[in-house]
Design a protein around this ligand. Sequence first.
Ligand code: PMP
Length: 391
Amino acid sequence: MSEKFFEFLEEKLRRLKEQNLYRSLKDVNSRDGMEITINGKKYINFSSNDYLGLSQHPLVKEAAMQAIKIFGCGGGASRLLAGGTVLNKELEKLLAQLKGTESSIVLNSGYTANTSLIPVLAEEEDIIFSDELNHASIIDGIRLSKAKKIIYKHADIDDLSQKIKETSCKGKKIVITDTVFSMDGDIAPLKELYEICKFEDAILYIDDAHGTGVLGQGQGAWKHFNLPQENFVVQMGTLSKSVGCFGAFVCGTNSLIDWFINSARGFIFSTALPPSVIASAIASIKIIIEDKTLIDTLWHNTEKVIEAIKILGLKTTNTQTPIIPLLFESIEDAMNASKIFNSLGIYAPVIRPPTVKIPRIRITISAAHTHENIERLIEAFNLLCQQPRRA
Ligand code: PMP
């Protein structure tokens, strides 16, 4: 029986390779700013979500090293035992301040957050309305909940309004959306979503993984739209992208956060993040709050790249952020383009189905990219345009 299973696995892997859908791991030898060495070859990294370059910031690194000296490496136990430290409380206070909420709690990753919080936010009689392009961790969180799920068309307020109005529900209605869509780079219509949720007495759960540190002068998507704080808004985000560290958080009212602490399985049954990670996140968020130059540089770089794409007529999405995808007709076209980029020392890998419907090179911009890095990327766009099969 097991023999057959392994034959079946090999057959499946062989088919993935045939269809250019096989994924493999990369051996990164070193990272220095946005310079990355993979299998001994140097590239400029255009695939990182380290939007502000904070993972490499001297103060952020120093904070981690100090925490290791004081507390050691691992958390050793879950938060509800003695896995957390005073640093966790400090970070949670900062996050609540950043997002303007009463309270916050840190979780071990964005994936853990969505798959742990959504199942305890939604109850059996509830209905979740979910944008069709929401992140996989939201989709899995909804699957783990006992609530009914209704998918609305991507960022389509009319579709959501109609679906929410015509659906009767014994429990509560919950709308869930990415703020910045991770593969398309567009921003959710949060103002309209807020108004619908207020009118319909629904909960709005936002995943601000790619908005935190990027939008609203670093405070995130809610601030970007200048929306008021309301009890019915749950703000989740990650520490793994512009914060440059690891982990996630959720911000909301005292009772909501207390409920998550007492019910979210990914919080209760998992070891707390290492103190060094928490310390580096604190240092990072302080920089985001106090120093706006990194955010300004990020947007300057982003605007230059979006402008170049428009001038050259390359195909992209309705991106409004540092996530800038180049779209291709086929996986082969995307892979050829990625090779052209590689030949110029640019690392920007292909994202293919089933992660996305349309194959793409997902370029991400950082404040840590130098003027020369951005010029090299634009040179690669030009080279791409000269190819016979182009985007
Ligand atoms: N939500 C969104 C929108 C994401 O893009 C990601 C990661 N790509 C996650 C959640 C998961 O976050 P993490 O990597 O911290 O698990």
